[in-house]
Ligand binder design. Structure first.
Ligand code: NAP
Length: 298
């Protein structure tokens, strides 16, 4: 059953228009990284389940999917294509560049103009697209998070590829506030994708600043990523609301700032349903204050 616009707005956290674009997405989206095999390498354990997750997400009204050609590598994009192509009108697929996965399964830089250009063509081919809606330049960082350093050369390459019509819009990922400012001085930036969740609040000031500029902030690891969030406070709040802890973690992000767009990752239809339902949870100011203590260690 196809949902009406107003139904999916209510169910999926409302809408957000990426600045300076005609792209409007529901705030509750989906991240495809969990569809690859262990270590984000190789095919999924259950390829039919991966297809089912993607189809159910879109049927439920999700119109923002985050991916990368270095997930699998290549395989995650190929699964998205198999599940969803020809893509429904309004579906925004966001991908990222800056890394390659050699056969030893490590994560290596791929940031030369030639590598970035090849990465765009890999995404186009494997997703079955003529142009990519949004490409994030993903900075490799220090291993523990963003590391300062100029990203001007890579952002300029992406702006050139946009000039050639291969990319529609540009974002940045795993970046510091200074790198966001550097990128914005070169070209329009529509979104920033960084590690952020209830327990990992390093980007609080950046989120507020981006909200003032109308730029989307898309937390990766919204549920804690490879080590899912665990907190007695989170569990107690969830019990009281009759919800699951992961749902409260997602609902908190939607309450945190109107420019936050969610891309929780899952390989399971059951978890997908739980995650989408989180957009219907309303958190009182008292509950929000309680959840704040998770980050402050209270
Ligand atoms: N830009 C970047 O550098 C970067 C880095 C990492 C990720 N990303 C993007 O961000 C997206 C989200 O991050 P993520 O997938 O790594 O981490 P996440 O969304 O924080 O958490 C995913 C983990 O939580 C589990 N999970 C999901 N829903 C659950 C539920 N309702 N109950 C219990 N467990 C649940 C998943 O396992 P199951 O599969 O069993 O549900 C998986 O182990 C990715 O899919 C990817 O698109 C971007």
């Amino acid at each position: 059953m196809k949902l009406s616009d107003s139904e999916s707005d209510t169910l999926l956290g409302g809408r957000f228009t990426l600045p300076g674009t005609s792209l409007t997405v529901h705030r509750m989206g989906y991240g495809a990284m969990q569809l690859a095999g262990p270590g984000v390498w190789g095919p999924p354990k259950n390829p039919d389940a991966a297809i089912a997750v993607l189809r159910e997400a879109v049927a439920a009204g999700v119109n923002h999917i985050d991916t990368s050609d270095f997930y699998g590598p290549h395989l995650t994009n190929q699964i998205i294509r198999k599940a969803l192509h020809p893509y429904p009108a309004g579906l925004v697929i966001v991908t990222k560049l800056g890394t390659r996965r050699p056969p030893d399964k490590s994560w290596q830089l791929a940031i030369s103009p030639e590598e970035l250009t090849a990465g765009v063509h890999d995404n186009l081919r494997n997703l079955g697209l003529d142009a990519l809606d949004i490409v994030n330049y993903r900075v490799l960082g220090s291993g523990h998070g963003p590391a300062e350093g100029s990203i001007a050369e890579q952002v300029t390459v992406l702006a050139d590829l946009r000039g050639k019509g291969l990319i529609r819009h540009i974002g940045v990922s795993n970046v510091t506030a200074a790198q966001v400012a550097e990128a914005r001085a070169i070209t329009d930036i529509v979104c920033v994708q960084n590690n952020y969740n209830l327990a990992h609040r390093h980007d609080d000031a950046l989120i507020d600043d981006l909200a003032r500029q109308g730029i989307a902030y898309v937390p990766y690891f919204p549920l804690g990523g490879f080590t899912p969030l665990q907190s007695t406070t989170l569990s107690a709040v969830a019990d009281r609301l009759g919800a699951r802890p992961m749902q409260v973690a997602l609902a908190w992000l939607l309450h945190r700032s109107p420019n936050i767009l969610l891309i929780p990752g899952t390989s399971s239809v059951a978890h997908l349903r739980e995650n989408l339902a989180a957009a219907r949870l309303s958190l009182s100011s008292q509950t929000l204050a309680e959840l704040e203590t998770i980050a402050t260690g209270g």
